[in-house]
Design a protein around this ligand. Structure first.
Ligand SMILES: [Zn+2]
Length: 336
């Protein structure tokens, strides 16, 4: 039985904008609940209350198709019994109109609208969806057994190339400790570079980290390409690691994070005026090194100069609006 018929599967149904004939059903291994467009919760029948509760989101940027395809294939395997499920999961396909039109967003970048920021952009179509996705995450984790570990992996691909092809952003965790087991798992997923963020952000992963107490990560898994044009072979690490984790085999008792590249944000480059100039090539890759003394950017009254020789650039974008971040200067970091 295909509960999504006449659509092929969950992704196909979501892209068609349809509601399934049944919103709740059982397979021999699990209960599936369609909670709304792009929202699917799977609960194993043999649930252990101490098992992980995992939120898997993708398509927060509609044109980042590879992780959407990977996640959809994992869901198909969970539903047809090819992959066992050991933990309760919520799958979120984020920006459906942007996915339908192959765009990063329709009105406003959704991953700048979480943790309440949607209230400041009431006219953007993404604002209502961001509020819905916050609600979905909060409800999912609120229904989790007390003490069960909470995780959120928000899967993306980046606009530009990267010196380190795959990387994670670990949202600012205030007084909490970084989770070494999670970092070791990221390494096993071929994500060996991590930015430890140092201040709050309006991203989905910051929201679930701060408001839901999840170990949450934004994962940048390669370069964005249209549906059907992804070299899925470049994504085998995350695919394998997710499948292991979901089936209860992903954790290790002795996390080893040696060899991982950890960075922290040093400061944001802010575009203060229309005079702003970024002295980096349009196609400069993320994590490009900034030699000591180099002028990175200039504005009317500010000059950003690289210092020390260990700095690198992340998310450079001179086209942002005035007052917004045009890049992050980062530097090496270590865990306390
Ligand atoms: Zn993205």
């Amino acid at each position: 039985m295909n509960p999504f018929a006449p659509a092929r599967d969950f992704l196909d149904l979501t892209l068609q904008g349809h509601t399934p004939q049944q919103t709740s059903w059982h397979t021999p291994a699990l209960q599936a609940q369609w909670l709304g467009h792009g929202l699917l919760q799977l609960t194993p029948h043999a649930a252990n209350p101490q098992q992980e509760q995992i939120l898997l989101s993708t398509g927060i940027h509609g044109n980042e198709t590879a992780p959407i395809e990977i996640l959809n294939s994992i869901i198909n395997d969970l539903l047809n019994g090819a992959l066992p499920l050991a933990c309760r999961i919520l799958v979120v396909l984020g920006n459906i109109p942007a996915m339908q039109s192959g765009k990063r967003f329709v009105d406003y970048d959704m991953n700048r609208l979480f943790d309440g920021a949607h209230a400041k952009q009431p006219d953007a179509s993404e604002a209502r969806r961001a509020a819905e996705l916050e609600q979905a995450a909060s409800a999912f984790f609120a229904a989790a057994p007390a003490g069960a570990p909470r995780r959120h992996y928000d899967l993306h691909t980046a606009i530009r190339g990267s010196v380190f092809e795959r990387f994670a952003i670990y949202p600012f965790i205030h007084e909490r400790q970084h989770n070494r087991e999670q970092l070791a798992w990221l390494r096993a997923a071929d994500v060996e570079t991590v930015l430890l963020h140092s201040k709050p952000a309006a991203t989905y992963s910051y929201y679930t980290s701060e408001r839901c107490g999840a170990d949450a990560f934004t994962l940048e898994l390669g370069k964005a390409r249209p549906f059907g044009q992804n070299e899925l072979a470049r994504f085998t690490g995350i695919d394998r690691a997710l499948r292991e984790r979901l089936s209860g085999h992903g954790t290790t008792a002795t996390p080893d994070i040696s060899g991982m590249r950890l960075f922290k944000a040093k400061y944001d480059i802010v575009k203060h005026s229309g005079e702003f100039v970024l002295h980096l090539a349009d196609d400069v890759e993320n994590f490009t090194a900034l030699p000591h003394g180099m002028t990175i950017a200039e504005d009317v009254e500010v000059r950003y100069v690289a210092d020390g020789g260990e700095e690198r650039i992340l998310f450079p974008n001179p086209k942002v609006g005035i007052g917004l971040r045009a890049g992050i200067v980062i530097e090496p970091a270590s865990l306390d």
